[in-house]
Design a protein around this ligand. Structure first.
Ligand code: HQG
Length: 200
């Protein structure tokens, strides 16, 4: 039905806007925005097996509006509609400073928590939190209550690692916040060392 179609479109948009811009030769700005009209010309199908080309601008707007983690932003500029993913990128076209707002004081942050899994804990305690394939390590700026969906961590995580924001900022770690309130950092060379963990 219509919901599945939009859900499938949203998932494809996530993949394209976070991971595929380079290989698709998509013109992406340093703040992550691409033209919706360029997107709609791509020769790809959603997992509902519907060609991207048969979707409309209104479908895109609906996918953005209905996304449960507010993964996307729309921008109208010079009569042109642009779209971006708010976080989660692996493509190096985007720059932290253009995509995100820098956090300058610990007072701006109530909670900063990374969600992960027991199977990763030993390795994390050995080598710190790594950004892995992404440009940033992801943290949520709030805690999930009653299985509620929250941007910045997956629903099924079973380990929470809290960041000492004050110490991280004091020692020069750059922290950023995305439009959907995910806290992001490159750490130091892609790693958040364990001395910045507050509690687990
Ligand atoms: C783990 C989803 C072993 C890390 C979520 C995570 C988030 C280590 C995985 C967003 C490690 C990386 C990002 C180490 C980190 N040893 N494991 N040293 N350091 N890890 O997908 O944070 O639904 O790149 O804990 O909700 O899981 O896609 O990051 O388990 O917001 O919008 O390595 O993706 O959002 O996995 O998820 P990821 P993530 P969306």
């Amino acid at each position: 039905g219509g919901k599945d179609k939009i859900d499938a479109l949203g998932r494809l948009l996530t993949r394209i806007l976070r991971h595929m811009a380079t290989e698709l030769n998509l013109n992406m700005r340093s703040d992550g925005y691409v033209k919706v009209e360029d997107l709609l010309k791509l020769n790809l199908k959603t997992f509902a097996n519907i060609p991207l080309r048969s979707h409309t601008v209104d479908d895109i707007k609906e996918a953005v509006r209905k996304d449960n983690k507010q993964r996307f932003s729309l921008l109208e500029e010079n009569g042109m509609l642009l779209i971006r993913a708010n976080q989660g990128h692996t493509v190096t076209t985007v720059e932290s400073e253009s995509l995100l707002k820098q956090i300058l004081s610990a007072d701006e942050v109530q909670v900063c928590v990374h969600g992960t899994y027991k199977r990763n804990l030993e390795s994390i305690l050995e080598s710190g939190l790594k950004r892995m394939k992404r440009l940033h390590v992801h943290f949520s700026s709030g805690l999930p209550t009653d299985g509620e969906v929250i941007s910045g961590m997956r629903r099924d995580v079973n380990i929470l690692i809290f960041l000492n924001v004050k110490k991280a900022l004091e020692e020069g770690m750059k922290l950023y916040i995305s439009d959907n309130k995910v806290i992001l950092t490159e750490g130091f060379d892609g790693v958040v060392p364990i001395k910045y963990f507050e509690k687990i």
